[in-house]
Design a protein around this ligand. Structure first.
Ligand SMILES: Cc1cc2nc3c(=O)[nH]c(=O)nc-3n(C[C@H](O)[C@H](O)[C@H](O)COP(=O)(O)OP(=O)(O)OC[C@H]3O[C@@H](n4cnc5c(N)ncnc54)[C@H](O)[C@@H]3O)c2cc1C
Length: 403
């Protein structure tokens, strides 16, 4: 009945009054502070620094970081609510703040105590930002195909390589960087021989290159990062040597719940706009809501949106319970929610007619933003592979990676 789960209680979502109080606080902040700045963000492609500062003052950069490292604590569910509420108003703002998670998660999980004490508190307090540099010109989904190298020289590693599409690199003080430390032993173990490093952006040889002008998330367009003979002290190796592939996969398995939540926020925003518009707009002497062609679209939008939210909150709950199945649920949630966000955004545009494609109205930007959610942190094709891989593991004990 509940295959591959064993108990109907596995489908619990553990929301509390604290979550609701937090959601209300973030909504108020997003509507009062961020919303008025959205037209400027869309036009300039930049989030004003004072707006980032306001988020820091509210403690948002500390969410998900334990209190012992100056953070606010909070798990995957609280982080998902934060991402959803920020993205309901400005998905780019959500990305700008939450990209830290792609640095803090692997440091928390794989870092030494010294690394945690050095790098997490400044991020939690908002004094430093961070980014995750893995993708390269010839390797995105195929993490094992990266070509950056890290060569041991005494007690240092010398890193050379080029990373692309790195969100937040221009604001970052710290990066996690993947590089090949050893060639793979054979074709079947291509993933072996990659290592992650913590690199500071003001070290000699680190250059933040050009910005990618991508379709959406206009306030947080990713950057190129060039690494030329960057000397990294041995103590900045993050996680096990040569096993960085697992660090990457684990980081994305966790982080994609945030992307699912971002997609839920996008779908929520468009639904609300379309619903309100359908009551205000008249055609042929009637509110357009009176036409089934419109009201059925709205019914489909809210059905899909709520299903996406349930899947996302469920994945987050499983993650907070440190359940293995969280990976499976997170991949399904990311795929479903991001594809729903695209569909809902498109339907929302249609409900608005011509105004839907007018930038001033502020609906079309959500479609552009939603497209990116289907690509970053692992394309949805890769999510489908993960879903099946996890299903085979759970149901039959088959580990595809070791085959
Ligand atoms: C706005 C934005 C921000 C980003 N931020 C970051 C960041 O901060 N850090 C970072 O490291 N990266 C970042 N990325 C990179 C992102 O993670 C990659 O673009 C993504 O993983 C896809 O890799 P790719 O672009 O190389 O596409 P490819 O891997 O070349 O994929 C091309 C197509 O082939 C399909 N495909 C590939 N392999 C398979 C397979 N095995 N089975 C089925 N289909 C497959 C893909 O689904 C896709 O449709 C960002 C990207 C964007 C657009």
């Amino acid at each position: 009945m509940v295959f591959p789960f064993s108990d109907v209680k596995d489908f619990n979502i553990q929301l509390t009054d604290e979550h609701e109080l937090f959601r209300k606080t973030i909504r108020q902040f997003a509507e009062n502070e961020i919303a008025p700045k959205v037209p400027e963000i869309e036009k300039t492609g930049e989030i004003p620094e004072e707006l980032i500062q306001k988020g820091i003052e509210l403690g948002l950069t500390g969410v998900g970081i334990p209190e012992e490292y100056d953070g606010q604590g909070g798990g995957a569910l609280l982080t998902a609510i934060l991402m959803e509420e920020l993205s309901r108003v400005c998905p780019a703002y959500g990305t700008a703040l939450m990209v830290n998670g792609l640095f803090t998660y692997p440091v928390l999980k794989y870092g030494t105590e010294e690394q945690k004490k050095k790098y997490l508190p400044p991020i939690a307090r908002g004094e430093a930002f961070s980014a995750h540099a893995n993708t390269e010109p010839a390797a995105g989904s195929d993490v094992a195909g990266i070509q950056a190298t890290a060569v041991k020289k005494g007690d240092k590693y010398i890193i050379n390589g080029r990373k692309i599409f790195i969100t937040g690199a221009d604001r970052a003080k710290y990066l996690v960087v993947s590089a090949r430390t050893n060639p793979p032993p054979d074709r079947r173990k291509r993933w072996w021989g990659i290592t992650f490093f913590i690199v500071e952006t003001d070290w000699p040889g680190v250059k933040i290159g050009s910005k990618f002008k991508v379709i959406g998330l206009r306030g947080e367009m990713p950057d190129e990062v060039i690494l030329e003979d960057v000397e990294v002290p041995e103590e900045n190796v993050l996680g096990p040597l040569d096993e960085g592939f697992k660090v990457a996969v684990d980081t994305y398995d966790h982080g994609r719940i945030g992307v699912a939540a971002q997609a839920v926020g996008i779908a929520q925003a468009v639904f609300e706009k379309a619903f309100n518009y359908s009551l205000q707009r008249t055609a042929f002497g009637r509110q357009i809501m009176a036409f089934q062609a419109v009201s059925f679209k709205l019914a489909d939008m809210i059905t899909q949106l709520e299903a996406a939210r349930l899947l996302t909150y469920w994945a987050a709950t499983l993650s907070d319970q440190e359940r293995d199945e969280a990976i499976f649920a997170a991949s399904m949630a990311k795929t479903f929610a991001t594809e729903i966000a695209e569909k809902v955004a498109l339907l929302g545009i249609k409900v608005h007619g011509g105004y839907g494609v007018d930038e001033e109205v502020g609906v079309e930007r959500f479609l552009r933003d939603s497209v990116i959610t289907t690509i970053y942190e692992g394309t949805n094709d890769i999510q489908r592979l993960t879903t099946i891989r996890m299903l085979l593991k759970k149901a039959l004990g088959i580990d595809v990676l070791s085959m």
